[in-house]
Design a protein around this ligand. Structure first.
Ligand SMILES: Nc1ncnc2c1ncn2[C@@H]1O[C@H](COP(=O)(O)OP(=O)(O)OP(=O)(O)O)[C@@H](O)[C@H]1O
Ligand SMILES: [Mg+2]
Length: 467
């Protein structure tokens, strides 16, 4: 859903506007002129701003433009005020809507804003043709599948939890295909209101509906001879599923409001975090569409099933931070084993957020266990379960048997430094035991099956402080 900033000083009028938006189920952020810029800076994802033009709006529009240059802005013209001319404002004002706000008028504005926003998003994303890193067996298998399917025109369905890297996989298929010099056009089918998705996908002719002031190409047209990435396909309405199925079967489509068929030479990659089998069973996903998309399925495993990838992913994330001139950071062995023991419900995206956070906290320094978020430290401590040495960095399966997995499987690689690695594991377990024993060394020693004096000696050697 699109977030809407409503900039209006008049509380009563503002609540009238909010009511319409809430009816359309858009999250509303009411804000006064003085704070408009500050709030705009914090918005992310799809957003637009409505600014009431009752005098004083110029300042608000300017500060919105400065804070978030790509945020689409519409002016609202209240009854009793002369309607402002958008040309008097800078380019970010896309149009003027009358108050009281009407549903149809707002939906038309939204359409316009989305095309504006979409252009911005693609522009922003283009330079980030990101590498897919990972050395675990599960990710090597994904890389093999990508290699096999890339240079065919087969439809690919990418499945996996949120944040596992589905989009990275989609981009790397495109980058390895013969279509690589042509566009890769992503569209998030879940984020675009279903009444707008059809014209987003297929475009529309001038006058096809209220607000269609000019003809526009859809994503299928923009992706011509390239690849379209239908993200969150599991969230697509039944109505749109029928339309999409037709395009996949006949390889042609029409713009909304036109009966001229356009040929679609487009490679289709779809992705979802949903279980489509369940969708088929409860009647929210069409089985025939599923088979069309699922010609070549690729499942991206959750990060907890491949903890061996955590160190290389962290390296890659730090490399990106360095490349973008946002500093750098190193991770101590103990912190690394702590990070490897966490289950990462938000997968690589969550890992990236944590690394970015510690990079800010410890600029150019070495991240220690203490610098990690509490939930990660607690998880490493066992989260209620007794500290178990088979969890975490070493939790992986080799030929189906439980046991530690070498992070490098390629013989040309250096492998790992076993001594350093074990020291890291040892330090992490000692910290966990101390935490669980509330810093009482004797109890921690018992948890570790060590003599008290041996543990005291280790604490001194590793310079570990009791909590
Ligand atoms: N194997 C990988 N190598 C490098 N970076 C990765 C890898 N997997 C994920 N990432 C990074 O993690 C973040 C999330 O990846 P992506 O957006 O592809 O996930 P997703 O599965 O599409 O998630 P969602 O379901 O939330 O949309 C991105 O910043 C991406 O660059
Ligand atoms: Mg995604």
């Amino acid at each position: 859903m699109v977030q809407v900033l409503v900039v209006d000083e008049d509380a009563e009028r503002r609540s009238g506007i909010e009511a319409v938006l809430q009816y359309l189920e858009h999250p509303v952020v009411p804000v006064d002129r003085a704070r408009a810029g500050e709030v705009a800076e914090q918005t992310s994802g799809l957003a637009l701003a409505l600014v009431t033009a009752d005098g004083g709006e110029e300042v608000a529009v300017r500060s919105l433009g400065e804070a978030s240059p790509d945020l689409p802005v519409f002016l609202l013209s209240p009854e009793g005020f002369s309607s402002p001319a958008p040309k008097d404002f800078s380019a970010e004002v896309l149009g003027v809507l009358d108050l009281p706000l009407r549903h149809t008028q707002f939906t038309a504005a939204l359409r316009q804003a989305l095309s504006h926003n979409a252009r911005y998003r693609e522009h922003e994303r283009r330079p980030q043709a990101r590498r897919l890193v990972g050395e675990s067996r599960p990710i090597q298998r994904v890389l093999d599948l990508i290699e096999q399917v890339a240079d065919t025109d087969a439809s690919v369905l990418i499945l996996g939890e949120s944040g596992t890297g589905k989009e990275v996989v989609a981009r790397s298929i495109h980058a390895r295909s013969s279509r690589r010099t042509r566009p890769f056009v992503p569209i998030n089918c879940g984020a675009i209101p279903s009444e707008l998705l059809e014209s987003e996908l297929f475009g529309h002719e001038k006058g096809a509906f209220t607000g269609a002031i000019s003809a526009r190409q859809g994503r299928f047209e923009l992706a011509q001879s390239g690849t379209i990435f239908l993200d969150e396909i599991g969230d697509m309405s039944m109505h749109m599923q029928v339309k999409l199925l037709r395009v996949l079967q006949e390889r042609t489509f029409e713009r909304v409001g036109s009966n001229k068929s356009i040929e679609a030479d487009v490679r289709v990659i779809a992705a979802t975090h949903r279980n489509l089998d369940a969708g088929i069973r409860d009647g929210t996903f069409r089985e025939d569409l599923f088979y069309r998309l699922n010609v070549f399925p690729i499942e991206v495993p959750p990060l907890r099933d491949r903890p061996g990838d955590i160190p290389v992913l962290i390296e890659e994330i730090i490399r990106r931070i360095e490349e973008e001139g946002r500093g750098s950071v190193r991770v101590s062995p103990a912190a690394m084993s702590c990070l490897s023991a966490y289950s990462w419900p938000g997968n690589v995206r969550e890992l990236a957020n944590v690394v970015e956070r510690v990079a800010i906290m410890c600029p150019y320094g070495e991240v220690q266990v203490e610098n990690l978020p509490k939930k990660i430290r607690e998880a490493a401590r066992g989260g209620g379960e007794p500290a178990s040495p088979t969890r975490g960095a070493s939790e992986a399966t080799v030929n189906g048997a439980e046991g530690p997995l070498l992070p490098h499987v390629d013989w040309s690689d250096e492998g790992l430094d076993l001594k350093d690695y074990l020291t890291g594991v040892e330090q992490a377990l000692i910290r966990q035991a101390l935490g669980a024993a509330d810093g009482v060394v004797g109890r921690a020693a018992r948890l570790l099956g060590l003599r008290r004096t041996t543990l005291v000696e280790k604490l001194r050697r590793y310079e570990i402080d009791r909590p």
